[in-house]
Write a protein that binds this ligand. Structure first.
Ligand SMILES: O=C(O)COP(=O)(O)O
Ligand SMILES: [Mg+2]
Length: 217
C-alpha cells in the first residue's frame, strides 16, 4: 500500500545543528558575545528561527532588538546553510526507495522555507519531495497542526504517516491527528516514554518496513 509520508527536517532527515550553531556563533559575535556550546544551541532548536534567536538572546541576557538579531542569524545561515549539515545514515537511500515504491513524500519543518529548500537541494534530496512547508510558509508553526495539514493537502490522498524527532513533532501529530513515527536519534529532550508516538526507530534502514506496518493499520 502506498501513502503520504511527511518528514520533519532538522534532527530527523538531517543533522543540521552544527551549521545552526555556526550561524548563532556569528550572530553572537556581531553583538560582542562569546560563543555558546553546540549542545546548548541544539537544545534551542525545534520551534523555528524566531524562537531559536529569542532563546539565544535570553541565554546571554539580551532583551531588545530581536528583529535585528533574527535578521543577522538568517543572513549568516543563508550564507552557509549546509557546510557541516549531513543526512543521517541511510536517509538518501531510504528516501529513494520510498519514492520508487510509489509513496508521496513531503517536508514539514519549522525551519524557514528558503533555507530548508536550499539545504535539501545542496544535499541532493530535493527531488524526492512534492511539497516543502517551512516555519514561515503558513500562518502557524508546529505544534499547531496547520502546517502539517497544508503538507498533506498538497499530496495525494491515502494513508498518512508523519516522521519526526521532537516533542514539537509528537504534539503536532497528536493535534492533527496523524500516525507518528519517532526517530529517536534526533534533537528530542524528553525520554522516549514521555513522547506520544505510534512507532519509534533509530536506524533509517528500518523505516521502509515500519512504513508498511504503519500504512496497513
Ligand atoms: O528550525 C527549527 O527550529 C526546527 O526545525 P524542524 O521542525 O525541522 O525540526
Ligand atoms: Mg526536528
Amino acid at each position: 500500500m502506498t501513502g503520504a509520508l511527511v518528514f520533519d527536517l532538522d534532527g530527523t532527515l538531517i543533522d543540521s545543528a552544527p551549521d545552526i550553531h555556526a550561524a548563532c556563533v556569528r550572530m553572537l559575535a556581531d553583538y560582542g558575545h562569546a560563543p555558546l556550546a553546540p549542545e546548548r544551541i541544539q537544545s534551542f532548536v525545534g520551534n523555528g528561527a524566531p524562537r531559536l534567536v529569542e532563546r539565544v538572546m535570553g541565554a546571554v541576557g539580551e532583551t531588545t532588538g530581536h528583529a535585528d538579531w533574527l535578521a543577522r542569524f538568517l543572513a549568516h545561515y543563508a550564507a552557509d546553510p549546509a557546510t557541516l549539515t549531513r543526512p543521517y545514515p541511510g536517509v538518501p537511500e531510504v528516501l529513494e526507495h520510498l519514492a520508487e515504491a510509489g509513496h508521496a513524500l513531503g517536508i514539514c519543518t519549522n525551519k524557514p522555507e528558503t533555507p530548508a529548500r536550499e539545504i535539501l537541494r545542496r544535499l541532493g534530496l530535493d527531488r524526492h519531495f512534492a511539497v516543502v512547508i517551512g516555519g514561515d510558509s503558513t500562518a502557524a508553526t508546529k505544534p499547531d497542526p496547520l502546517p502539517l495539514a497544508r503538507a498533506y493537502e498538497a499530496l495525494p490522498g491515502g494513508p498518512r504517516l508523519f516522521v519526526g524527532d521532537s516533542e514539537v513533532d509528537a504534539a503536532t501529530a497528536r493535534a492533527l491527528p496523524v500516525t507518528f513515527a519517532l526517530f529517536t536519534e534526533g534533537y528530542r529532550k524528553s525520554p522516549l516514554a514521555d513522547l506520544p508516538h505510534d512507532f519509534a526507530f533509530s536506524r533509517f534502514d528500518d523505516l521502509p518496513a515500519l512504513v508498511n506496518r504503519a500504512l496497513a493499520r
